[in-house]
Design a protein around this ligand. Structure first.
Ligand code: PMP
Length: 407
């Protein structure tokens, strides 16, 4: 029984035992970051308590232990994403740094004046701004494919904007506002047909559906650990080995070198070439624990449970007059962006907060999407494995109250 399984999952999140403003915490902001299960917190504490060491294999016992855990995490991420080998996984600070790495390393050495980078209008700023910065340096242009009114990608517009000048296609697997999932495999195939490389922003997909980068055939895939029950400040870039091998370093420093003289430096192999300096070792260890947590439940069950909850939440929210939901595709993650006609999103967010309901109200780092929707912002409720129908009922009650107060 799914409800029993997820009641037990919920009990692994101590954050949910708190009261805020005197009310039971209802956490509906998992699109911003997920809460952390006790197993992840314990694993990181254990690492700091007993295994703290920098990662130099062969220096001493604990150095070997830490290095072993760091590389085991890389292997785990490779398996999780369906990469062919662990060398295809580069550890970074998160999705944003991952996109910046690819934009700067691959972009600066492959893009030239007149080239185009195709994104979509629903991208997070993290998958827009790095491309604009690189485009400006080399004289390339960022072009965005539109969405349909239901929040799905406008495939015709995407195809229209794809041409022989397109050298990179960078798109989200799942919108952090509309919830819309994109067809990663199809978009990748279309991009490859014109000879473009593909980067998938996986920030919102990894916690909801299984990903197989080898099957998708994308060239790069990036995600953040903190949106997947793991620690902040950590994430990964998947890149095809043959492409990574050709890419110059992103940052310089220790570890990423082969030989350094004052005159010249030669660089280490992939992936170390892209990991300058002391890495976020407990980030890797924590992400490993988070992946084990996800695996123990199973993404198939997670997806089914979240879709059930999303349907329930959508139905309940639409019972309230004046509610408008943005993103009504059948193919979406458990995210509900909405407004009350005639009320400001931040007022709604504040009233919900007073009721103990944590949502996000604003532009969600997607200003071009807000412009496309013609609104300054939305209220966003994003669901995860620890939410249940009572959480939805609490939110709905709070929205009804907000409506009474604001309209
Ligand atoms: N892309 C998407 C779709 C996101 O939801 C986010 C986080 N809100 C990011 C990119 C950026 O992730 P991070 O802040 O962890 O680098």
């Amino acid at each position: 029984n799914l409800d029993d399984i997820f009641a037990s999952v919920r009990s692994q999140f101590p954050a949910l035992t708190q009261k805020v403003h005197g009310k039971n915490l209802v956490y509906l902001d998992s699109g911003a970051t997920t809460l952390k299960p006790q197993s992840v917190v314990d694993r990181i504490a254990h690492f700091y308590s007993y295994e703290t060491s920098n990662v130099h294999r062969g220096a001493h016992y604990l150095g070997d232990v830490a290095t072993g855990h760091f590389e085991a995490a890389r292997q785990k991420v490779a398996e999780f994403l369906g990469a062919r080998q662990s060398e295809e996984i580069i550890f970074v600070r998160g999705t944003t740094e991952g996109v910046n790495l690819v934009a700067n390393s691959w972009g600066l050495s492959n893009l030239k004046a007149g080239d185009e980078i195709l994104i979509t209008v629903m991208e997070h700023h993290g998958n827009i701004v790095p491309w604009q910065m690189v485009a400006e340096k080399v004289g390339a242009k960022v072009v965005a494919a539109d969405i349909l009114d239901n929040g799905e990608l406008d495939l015709e517009d995407f195809k229209k904007k794809l041409n022989s000048r397109t050298k990179m296609v960078a798109f989200t697997a799942s919108s952090n506002v509309l919830g819309t999932n994109t067809d990663m495999k199809l978009l990748t195939k279309l991009a490859h047909e014109v000879g473009a490389k593909v980067l998938v922003d996986g920030a919102q997909i990894v916690s909801q559906l299984p990903v197989d980068v080898s099957d998708i055939d994308c060239d790069f895939f990036v995600f953040s650990a903190h949106k997947l029950f793991g620690p902040f400040g950590f994430g990964a870039v998947y890149g095809k080995k043959e492409i990574l091998d050709q890419m110059p370093p992103y940052q310089g420093g220790g570890s990423m070198i082969s030989k350094v003289t004052i005159e010249k430096t030669t660089f280490n192999d992939v992936p170390t070439r892209f990991e300058a300096g002391t890495p976020h070792v407990e980030g890797a260890v924590g992400l490993h624990a988070a992946l084990t947590f996800v695996e123990n439940i199973g993404l198939d069950k997670i997806h089914k449970y979240e879709m059930d909850l999303l349907n329930y939440a959508t139905g309940r929210l639409l019972e309230i007059p004046d509610v408008k939901i943005y993103g009504t595709s059948q193919n979406k993650g458990a995210i509900l962006s909405f407004n009350l006609k005639g009320a400001h999103h931040s007022d709604i967010g504040q009233i919900l907060d007073q009721e103990g309901v944590a949502v996000r109200a604003g532009h969600h780092c997607t200003q071009p999407l807000m412009a496309r929707l013609g609104v300054p912002g939305t209220v966003r409720a994003s669901l995860s494995v620890y939410n249940n129908r009572e959480d939805i009922d609490s939110m709905v009650k709070a929205v009804v109250k907000a409506r009474e107060m604001l309209l």
